[in-house]
Design a protein around this ligand. Structure first.
Ligand SMILES: C[S@@+](CC[C@H](N)C(=O)[O-])C[C@H]1O[C@@H](n2cnc3c(N)ncnc32)[C@H](O)[C@@H]1O
Length: 260
């Protein structure tokens, strides 16, 4: 696997735990064509006021609102804080260069940089990306379904904090991540606490007051449900665990390669 260097954005370069052989700038990705499965509404919704405002104040309340009125709390305070013990347990499993999908304000990027690991965050929210960069992470304002640097060469992809829901179609997201990762590399994903939960819904980001954002597709999956989708798509389950009241899985795509 060629190494990936993620050094084309503002902010300090990550430390030297990984030998960098190839320099790839973020401008050099244009040739990749990607089927976008996500609605424009999703990009607009996460870019809109309720989320940007919550990131600005570093506090909620903020929710994903289902059409039946049910509210899923979004843990803005935790995302704006430092990585906690459960996060660090996930990060200890990372291999190679890390792509943090839906990086939000970047607590995981900061922790990875502190460990000297090469990492890039991507997020459709401009407010999230600028906070992540201000915190010393490397991040791009991009959807996971857009052309991305290092396609086919990432060592680890992260999908934490419910981000398995991105796009509202878990099979499409898994297929996209399988293309982004190098063969035999790792997806670390957080799942919903109910193992069999398999929900695809239309949601809006909303605060306690004010106008909710545009509706967009989202998914929530428990561990058993995610493992079913992953198994059907040829991923291998490496581990599943709980920590700090949260559930996680480690999945490996394609044939195994030697680990660092
Ligand atoms: C549930 S929040 C998770 C926050 C985050 N993991 C953190 O550490 O703060 C979902 C995040 O995914 C981002 N997002 C939504 N759709 C996306 C997409 N298609 N590609 C990349 N990021 C996306 C949102 O802007 C938001 O920051």
């Amino acid at each position: 696997m060629r190494a990936i260097r993620v050094g084309a954005q503002r902010g300090p370069a990550p430390g030297g735990a990984e030998t960098v052989q190839t320099v790839e700038s973020v401008e050099s990705v244009g040739a990749e064509t990607v089927q976008t499965v996500e609605s424009v509404g999703a990009v607009r919704a996460w870019s809109a006021d309720p989320y940007a405002e919550a990131l600005h104040t570093e506090r909620g309340p903020l929710f994903l609102r289902r059409p039946d009125g049910w509210l899923l709390p979004l843990e803005v305070e935790r995302w704006c804080a430092e990585a906690d013990a459960a996060d660090l347990e996930v990060l200890r499993r990372c291999e190679g260069a890390v792509l943090d999908v839906g990086c939000g304000p970047g607590r995981l990027l900061t922790a990875l940089a502190a460990q000297g690991r090469s990492a890039l965050g991507i997020d459709v929210s401009e407010a999230a990306v600028s906070r992540a960069v201000r915190r010393g992470g490397q991040a791009l304002h991009r959807s996971v379904f857009d052309p991305l640097p290092g396609t086919g060469r990432w060592g680890t992809a992260l999908l934490l904090d419910g981000n398995i829901g991105i796009g509202g179609d878990p099979s499409a997201l898994l297929a996209r991540l399988a293309r982004l990762l190098a063969p035999g590399r790792l997806l670390l994903a957080e799942t919903a606490p109910l193992p069999d939960l398999d929900e695809r819904v239309t949601v809006q980001v909303t605060g306690a007051r004010g106008t909710p954002g545009s509706p967009f597709p989202w998914a929530r999956l428990g561990t058993a449900a995610l493992l079913r989708y992953a198994g059907e798509a040829g991923w291998r389950t490496e581990a599943d665990w709980t920590s700090g009241g949260r559930s996680f899985v480690a999945l490996r795509t394609g044939p195994a390669t030697s680990r660092r």
